[in-house]
Design a protein around this ligand. Structure first.
Ligand code: FES
Ligand SMILES: [Fe+2]
Length: 371
């Protein structure tokens, strides 16, 4: 399956809440839609087609005026936070054409994230973005990344996150080693459109970063990666000295990755690291654990980024008889590809009126837990 598709009818992360201060206009492209977004004076994030209704000037290059309207930089059409044009400087006394309004996009802000639906609003139905409660909980300390531009289709990042056998050799010496990539993988498909891998290990000798973070040489470990939707993957790590998982000695993290397509070959990657409040770094007890994990994590991300972009370069050649060979560890990746194929087929189906239940979608895709 080529890595050149984008699902439209789903919620994607447009940014962390902190990326939307009240005084800032933002231009973004999500799933090939040019957008202008801002936080209104009432505190709500709004999103519209980013092209001025007059002559397509990008509104992100305009100005947010003191009265809360957005002024286009070209001829000064002004838009209210409903998307309606409310002023045309060259004909202040004349009528404003009824079509002078911007198409709006649905936005939901929850758990510290701003989500946007770039597809058909009538397909939303009961679909809601996945939750990430740790980000706004006082029981967790959370640090988010900058938006990371990646020259690769976003599905390749999801495949990377669910494929932990790449920890050797790609992450050898920081979060991985060869014994790490040999831990058996259980794939869980709940029929809700999520794909989860579970890897449990006893008496496992931790790679260097985990020793520095948690302070244990040998642990029992529970590690999961879950594609919650095409937009977000949740990683959970729990580690403790043998026999002590679930006790006060347990250390770990919850890590959210968000993958937002710009277009078919580019996406924005964000990650949000969450560590338990009160847990400190083993190597520097003056630092919260989440700070140390975050400082080290850039190195891991740079390695993945390098691999994703190299992989995309190869996708850009014609297949010309080439066919991937898959192994046992690729079951989760194949499940992701089936879900993508089914969601894209559904978008192109002329009978696809209304939202399709994810369970139906998964069964249409022929996914079974017996993969
Ligand atoms: S293009 Fe925006 S006002 Fe003319
Ligand atoms: Fe990786």
């Amino acid at each position: 399956m080529r890595a050149d598709s984008v699902i439209l009818n789903t919620w994607y992360v447009a940014g962390f809440s902190g990326e939307f201060p009240k005084d800032k206009l933002q231009g973004q492209t999500i799933a090939e839609k040019p957008l202008v977004m801002w936080r209104t004076m009432a505190g709500q994030v709004v999103a519209f087609d980013g092209r001025c209704a007059h002559k397509r000037m990008p509104l992100k290059d305009g100005k947010l005026l003191a009265d809360g309207t957005v002024e286009c930089a070209y001829h000064g059409f002004c838009y209210a936070d409903t998307g309606e044009c409310v002023r045309i400087p060259s004909q202040l006394e004349g009528a404003i054409p009824a079509r002078a309004r911007l198409k709006s996009y649905p936005v939901i802000e929850q758990d510290g994230l701003v989500w946007l639906w770039p597809g058909h609003a009538d397909r939303i139905g009961t679909a809601r973005p996945p939750r990430s409660p740790e980000i706004s909980s006082s029981e967790w300390e959370s640090i988010g990344s900058q938006p990371i531009p990646v020259r690769a289709n976003y599905r390749l990042l999801i495949e990377n996150l669910l494929d932990v056998t790449h920890f050797y050799p790609l992450h050898d010496g920081n979060v991985g080693d060869v014994s790490h990539s040999r831990i058996p993988i259980e794939v869980v498909l709940d029929g809700d459109g999520s794909v989860k891998t579970v890897r449990q290990a006893q008496f496992y000798r931790q790679p260097p970063f985990f020793r520095q973070w948690f302070g244990y040489e040998v642990v029992d470990r529970h590690h999961t990666h879950c594609m919650m939707s095409p937009a977000m993957t949740r990683v959970e790590m729990r580690a403790a000295p043998p026999g002590q998982l679930g006790t006060g000695a347990e250390r770990g993290f919850v890590l959210y990755h968000t993958h937002t397509p710009i277009d078919r070959t580019r996406h924005i990657w964000r990650w949000y690291m969450n560590g338990r409040t009160g847990h400190h770094s083993a190597t520097d007890p003056s630092k919260p654990l989440v700070v140390t994990m975050t400082e080290n994590f850039d190195e891991v991300v740079a390695q993945d980024l390098w691999a994703l972009e190299k992989q995309q370069e190869m996708y850009d050649f014609p297949d010309d008889g080439y066919k991937e060979v898959h192994v046992r560890a690729d079951r989760a990746m194949l499940a992701v590809r089936k879900i993508f194929a089914a969601m894209i087929a559904e978008e192109h189906s002329p009978t696809g009126a209304g939202p399709v239940n994810a369970r139906v979608r998964a069964s249409r895709a022929g996914i079974s837990p017996a993969l």
